[in-house]
Design a protein around this ligand. Structure first.
Ligand SMILES: Cc1cc2nc3c(=O)[nH]c(=O)nc-3n(C[C@H](O)[C@H](O)[C@H](O)COP(=O)(O)OP(=O)(O)OC[C@H]3O[C@@H](n4cnc5c(N)ncnc54)[C@H](O)[C@@H]3O)c2cc1C
Length: 430
């Protein structure tokens, strides 16, 4: 059994008993290199981030200190190719590492995802897409500049995507516009729920390139890194949400922001190609919530065993109703882990229809399942366990946010699975 792990830990150099990995490297056939990267994330998460998480949550404050640690550990460059100074991790390794961070601080894992995507999409994912030789060489030159900023200077990138209309769900062109001008673009628009607002060094903005008098098209989506300090960039609105409070996802406004051509994180047309041919690019919000599901389960086992630090050593494990609830949680967790591991392992360009449906199903299972496990955890552990002095209450609130994340909200996953299972491409009933 892979999930009974909270009481069996290794001993870290500083003497704390470390949790076992969510995905045991031998059982899940990970390489030593993968296991080492994932272990770094887990150890940092448990030894350092877990202790800071309550404060970020209470104050709705960005986890700046965690980002300094992520930089020191090389994890800001996890998906940056080794020849550019990064750790060279692929999609699966990143996803497994992010789940370990999410286990200890949801807001750090979710915002780290926005940052890592700027390197994952421009890195391994772009390498798996079509470009002519000239475009690829130009992309290589540009991304080297972005990667240097991250690896050398600890620059943090975010990924404002959502606008409040149909664009983030993939139904329309982004309303944020990039007008070509001499040497670059002038960007105008608005992004809502922009995690890392006021804290990222660069906002990786999805926008539509559009010349005077042209019609907006999704094919002309650009992915541009706007310096946070550029003239015309502002952060507005407050941030006081139910969960994921440390993400600081406020509103960004862009008013005639000039960016040079080197700001492009992907060449023209490549984001659209990725959205069509690499659908797993939208599954990267899920690792955080796999971690939260594990965290709710770990909490429950510890609590019922009377081993939760900061609480009296009262055992509650002898009641059959508690044992059944834990069994239900363990079964749900293993189901989530199994489908999700398969989906993140088979992520590549041009997946088969079955693999795309599985990716939607994995996203749905994780995002809804994490909250179901957290709900059961609260009911099972009881009133004293949901006090704000313990992590479960935060895990419960954070886990509620997963199924709201566009473009693959739980509703949209159901919508797509149903439609795509019943209709082949181009089929209709007319
Ligand atoms: C903690 C947190 C952090 C976030 N961070 C970021 C970030 O860094 N960057 C970013 O870009 N966004 C981010 N988001 C935004 C997120 O992805 C959504 O865009 C946001 O929650 C707004 O969604 P909405 O429910 O208002 O969307 P609406 O568009 O109002 O949609 C409401 C619901 O309707 C359904 N729906 C939408 N379109 C369709 C359709 N075409 N067909 C059928 N149903 C549909 C969906 O299920 C959706 O949940 C974040 C959100 C949260 C909660």
């Amino acid at each position: 059994m892979m999930t009974v792990q909270v009481s069996r830990g290794m001993t870290a150099a500083d003497g704390i008993s470390l949790d076992a990995p969510i995905f045991d490297p031998t059982a899940f056939r990970l390489s030593d290199e993968q296991a080492a990267i994932i272990a770094t994330a887990r150890e940092l998460g448990q030894a350092v981030f877990a202790g800071r998480a309550a404060d970020y949550d209470r104050e709705a404050k960005f986890p700046t200190e965690n980002y300094k640690d992520l930089h020191r550990a090389g994890l800001l460059g996890i998906a940056i190719p080794k020849r550019h100074g990064g750790l060279g991790a692929g999609y699966q390794t990143y996803a497994l590492a992010a789940a370990e961070i999410g286990r200890y601080c949801g807001a750090t894992a979710l915002t780290w995802n926005m940052h890592v995507c700027s390197t994952l999409w421009s890195g391994p994912l772009a390498d798996d897409l079509d470009m002519d030789a000239g475009t690829r060489a130009e992309h290589e030159r540009r991304r080297a500049m972005h990667y240097r900023r991250i690896v050398d200077d600890g620059a943090v990138y975010s990924q404002p995507f959502s606008e409040g209309g149909a664009a983030a769900a993939g139904g329309a062109a982004f309303g944020t516009e990039a007008r070509p001008v001499e040497g670059g673009w002038l960007v105008n628009g608005k992004k809502i729920f922009a995690s890392l607002s006021g804290h990222a060094d660069y906002y990786g903005v999805l926008c539509t390139e559009i010349a005077e008098g042209e019609k907006a098209s999704r094919r002309n989506t650009l992915y541009l890194a706007l310096p946070a300090k550029a003239e015309g960039v502002s952060v507005v609105g407050d941030w006081d949400p139910l969960g994921m409070r440390g993400t600081v996802s406020r509103t960004l406004l862009f008013k005639d922001v000039f960016v040079p051509e080197d700001a492009a994180l992907m060449p023209r047309g490549v984001y659209f190609q990725a959205a069509m041919r690499w659908p797993h690019m939208f599954l990267t919000l899920s690792p955080t919530y796999v971690g939260l599901a594990q965290a709710a389960y770990d909490f429950t086992v510890r609590y019922l065993r009377g081993e939760m630090p900061g609480t009296p050593p009262v055992k509650r494990r002898m009641y059959p109703t508690k044992q059944i609830a834990v069994a239900q949680m363990q079964i749900k967790l293993e189901q989530i882990k199994a489908i999700w591991f398969q989906a993140v392992t088979e992520a590549h360009s041009n997946p088969a229809k079955e693999q795309v449906l599985r990716a939607y199903a994995a996203q749905y299972s994780v995002m809804e399942g994490a909250n179901e496990i957290a709900t059961l955890a609260i009911r099972t552990c009881g009133g004293q366990a949901m006090l704000k002095s313990l992590a479960l209450e935060r895990i419960y609130r954070d886990s509620r946010c997963g199924s709201l994340m566009l473009p693959w909200t739980a509703e949209l996953c159901l919508d797509r699975i149903g439609r795509e299972a019943l209709y082949e491409n181009g089929e209709s009933d007319d």
